[in-house]
Design a binder for this molecule. Structure first.
Ligand SMILES: [Zn+2]
Length: 213
């Protein structure tokens, strides 16, 4: 098996080695203060870093609004979204209002209006996180031609107990970002990543394409 040696001093998104800054994985705006001391950062060029600021904001609004969010998610919603993001950007508030759809809480059966975010914005955000985590945990892996598949599911204890037992568990923050990873490098290299944001939204990412050849 050939292992690609990647210059670690390149942008994890576009590969550029110029104007490098640090990008937090997942984005720093998801975290409550004081920030945890173990946040993950990777090299990222200035252009890529700035390009994703609006998507980072949109995802934070979406994920901190869900009905079964953790305490940290509720804090972010009250202090950062309602009292900061919406005040700063009436346009964002209007877009969010227009995205409301009637939803039913799967636990209580109660109908409510929930914020939605189109998958064309959710997927790139999650793929960006995945690339950052691969760069951090497996800096030798070349994911530049990888294709990622994104699945969104409701996190239940049963899924967590049955499916994720063989995965490596990790977390950043308390009730903010939990993640599991399984990375196979024998035969067809493949990785599976599971993310839970604010204990309320769960996503699975798989990459069927080989990382290593
Ligand atoms: Zn870049």
């Amino acid at each position: 098996m050939k292992v690609n040696i990647i210059n670690p001093k390149t942008c994890y998104l576009c590969g550029s080695s110029e104007n490098l800054t640090k990008d937090h994985i997942p984005p720093k705006n998801l975290f409550t203060q004081p920030l945890p001391g173990n946040l993950i950062t990777v090299d990222c060029c200035k252009d890529c870093n700035q390009k994703h600021a609006l998507d980072d904001e949109a995802f934070r609004v979406f994920t901190s609004s869900v009905i079964n969010r953790s305490k940290a998610g509720e804090w972010i919603w009250n202090h950062k979204v309602m009292n900061s993001s919406f005040v700063r950007s009436p346009k964002l508030k209007e877009n969010v209002k227009n995205s409301l759809v009637p939803l039913r809480d799967s636990n209580t059966g109660i109908l409510y209006h929930g914020i939605t975010l189109h998958e064309s914005r959710v997927k790139p955000y999650l793929i960006k996180i995945t690339k950052g985590l691969i760069r951090h945990f497996h800096p030798e892996a070349d994911y530049s031609k990888s294709q990622f598949r994104v699945i969104m599911i409701n996190p239940t204890q049963e899924i967590i107990d049955k499916t994720l037992v063989k995965f490596v568990y990790d977390e950043r923050g308390d009730g903010i970002f939990r993640f599991w990873r399984a990375f196979y490098t024998t035969g067809q290299a493949e990785s599976v990543w599971v993310y839970v944001f604010y204990d309320g939204l769960m996503f699975i990412l798989t990459s069927p394409q080989p990382f290593l050849d």
